[in-house]
Design a protein around this ligand. Structure first.
Ligand SMILES: Nc1ncnc2c1ncn2[C@@H]1O[C@H](COP(=O)(O)OP(=O)(O)OP(=O)(O)O)[C@@H](O)[C@H]1O
Length: 309
């Protein structure tokens, strides 16, 4: 099956500044691909290259089997830009109706249906949309023509948690219909529920592509247990993946690399009153994962953490 995206040595320098270097990436038909990295990592640069908004310094790519410069590719893609500039006095509803009329394949009622799902207020003039509403209008225009390939740059930013859930449901429906999604984020938690694979980019380089299940196992989590009575420290020492163990009275705190299985089984020998497991932090995944597996990348990753955003 032809890849939806295929890049080889894709590179973009802005003058002397590295935007993206030597990207070899494949996105497969029907998958949701999460593109993760901190601010300035090169996510938007990649997306703009795929859409032919900017041109590469070197390297090659195909999108939906074609050179992105070829006519006809763009109309097969739904795109949500990271920073959507919407202006004017025209109401959001009118703007979307206009876009729907110039694009093929927007069924009647689809704009309103999407607006209802996302709780978007389309009666507001474009220039007066709140950040959240602007993002919703951006999502509606990206989804409304049911494109083969959706490219969503930081899609969840500005959405409240309930609307985020609805958006993720929409992404799952796109996948269920065999279509493909590329979505960027700087927060793993925002994409991990829907992504099949994630690519991690930092400092303009792709440092890993992982199945989401494999990445989750590598995640570092802060865990806390509270028991109904003091517990002995020895019961939790030397468990696989457990670090920075602190046992104080009936409380236990530690960091877990990967599976929490051994810790949970050890804790289950006592009466657990309360447990907290913090969401893994992307930066922590970098620090743990790369310091163990890829020495060269680790140096890059550690240096990157200190950089101002
Ligand atoms: N038009 C530009 N001119 C000069 N440098 C740029 C330009 N656009 C991006 N860069 C630089 O290229 C690098 C990658 O930026 P990019 O916007 O692709 O990152 P990003 O991962 O999308 O980050 P963010 O989440 O902040 O949007 C950064 O160092 C950025 O400063």
């Amino acid at each position: 099956m032809t890849a939806v995206v295929e890049t080889e040595g894709l590179t973009k320098f802005y003058g002397g500044r590295r935007g993206l270097e030597d990207l070899d990436l494949e996105i497969r038909p029907g998958e949701v691909f999460g593109y993760l990295g901190p601010n300035g990592a090169g996510k938007t640069t990649t997306i703009r290259l795929l859409l032919d908004v900017i041109r590469p310094t070197r390297g090659r790519m195909t999108v939906l089997g074609q050179d992105p410069r070829q006519a006809g590719v763009r109309s097969r893609i739904g795109y949500l830009p990271g920073e959507l500039a919407l202006e004017g006095r025209e109401k959001a509803r009118e703007f979307l109706a206009f876009l729907g009329a110039v694009r093929d394949g927007v069924p009647k009622g689809r704009i309103e249906a999407l607006a209802e799902r996302l709780e978007a207020d389309l009666s507001v003039p474009m220039g007066k949309l709140s950040k959240g509403n602007r993002q919703k209008v951006g999502l509606i225009q990206a989804f409304m023509h049911e494109p083969e390939f959706l490219i969503l740059d930081e899609p969840t930013s500005g959405l409240d948690p309930l609307v985020q859930q609805e958006f993720l449901a929409m992404v799952r429906e796109v996948r269920a219909s065999g279509r493909t999604v590329l979505m960027s984020s700087h927060v793993l938690a925002e994409v991990e529920d829907v992504s099949d694979r994630v690519g991690i980019v930092r400092g303009g380089r792709l440092v890993a592509v992982e199945d989401i299940s494999a990445l989750r196992e590598k995640a570092v989590r802060q865990v806390e247990f509270h028991f109904d009575a003091p517990v002995p420290r020895e019961a939790f020492e030397n468990l696989p993946g457990v670090r920075e163990l602190r046992v104080e009275g009936a409380g236990l705190r530690c960091t877990i690399d990967g599976r929490p299985d051994a810790l949970i089984k050890a804790a289950a020998r006592f009466t657990v009153v309360h447990m907290v497991s913090a969401e893994p932090d992307l930066e922590e995944i970098f620090l743990t994962y790369y310091s163990q597996s890829e020495e060269g990348e680790a140096r890059d990753a550690h240096a990157g953490v200190e950089e101002p955003a």
